[in-house]
Design a protein around this ligand. Sequence first.
Ligand SMILES: C[S@@+](CC[C@H](N)C(=O)[O-])C[C@H]1O[C@@H](n2cnc3c(N)ncnc32)[C@H](O)[C@@H]1O
Length: 307
Amino acid sequence: MLNDLKHLLHDFQPISLSDQRFDQSHEYFEGQSNQQAQVLQWLQHFGGNQIQRWSEKGLGARGPFRVLSVGCGSGILDLPLIERLAEQIESSGSNSSMHYTGIDPNPVACERFREEYVRLNTNSSELLVLEETVETHQWVEKMDLTHVVHSLYYFADPAVSLRALIKNVAVDGELVIFQAPKAELNLLADCFWQGHGEDPIWFSAELERHLQDTGTMFTKSRVDAEVDVTDCFDLGCLQGRLTFDFIIQSDSESLPAPIFRKVLDYLKAISRRHEGRVLAPHPVDVFVVRQSDDSTTQPDARLACSP
Ligand SMILES: C[S@@+](CC[C@H](N)C(=O)[O-])C[C@H]1O[C@@H](n2cnc3c(N)ncnc32)[C@H](O)[C@@H]1O
């Protein structure tokens, strides 16, 4: 089925999503999935464990707890995370605080993140949102927790950026990467995706191979989730178009009807029906790289389990 689609796409140049459309469609898409709640739970678990270890060691005086969110977007995942981690810091009795840095090249999303953060009203956290890419980021301090949630696909050179990210994790800190497998939905996205020229996009398998090849110790586990794609089948529905656009990572505005139909046929084929809804698989793999004090990256077997 995808071969037919690829054939049709051969003569058609998909239009990239504008910054505004990416931000809008991303938020709507995530709202239709139960994946982000699970990602948040995982991140809260990693951050919470760190804060606990750190307050048990009486390290409150060593400075703030530092978190880096790479490709933070509008902070739809970060805002609840900041809230929960700030609460944990406040109840740890360490009298400390959190410095949370988000980096993202999308100015629309960065501005939304800053605006929404003001409404949080936390006493123990400070937020810095930098409108930049991982490639241009200036590393001024090491991070206790760095997370890369669904953004590594877009990096210009993932291998180079990963080296910098790992190098800038503090001792006892963690780099946590959520990266989707190239299956179902992403096989579809891959047909449309541009910007990497002939280079393949790094999905979960490419990331895993790279970590193995570079001798990096890591743990990997799978989070299963589903996204409700029912609205995509209603062509007049604005929300359906948002989900559709995010899935194909392109603007569907000028998409020829035969391509539209092939995408919908494919979506139908990979989905299950439940209580009148159409649900597509939306799994993600979690990779954890821990920085231990002998400067080698060691896995923590406990992290292979669900939080
Ligand atoms: C799918 S969104 C994920 C947003 C957020 N992490 C989340 O899970 O809600 C991917 C984000 O990566 C950002 N991005 C793209 N290229 C990037 C780069 N080179 N460095 C950092 N972020 C990048 C995009 O602007 C986008 O906001």
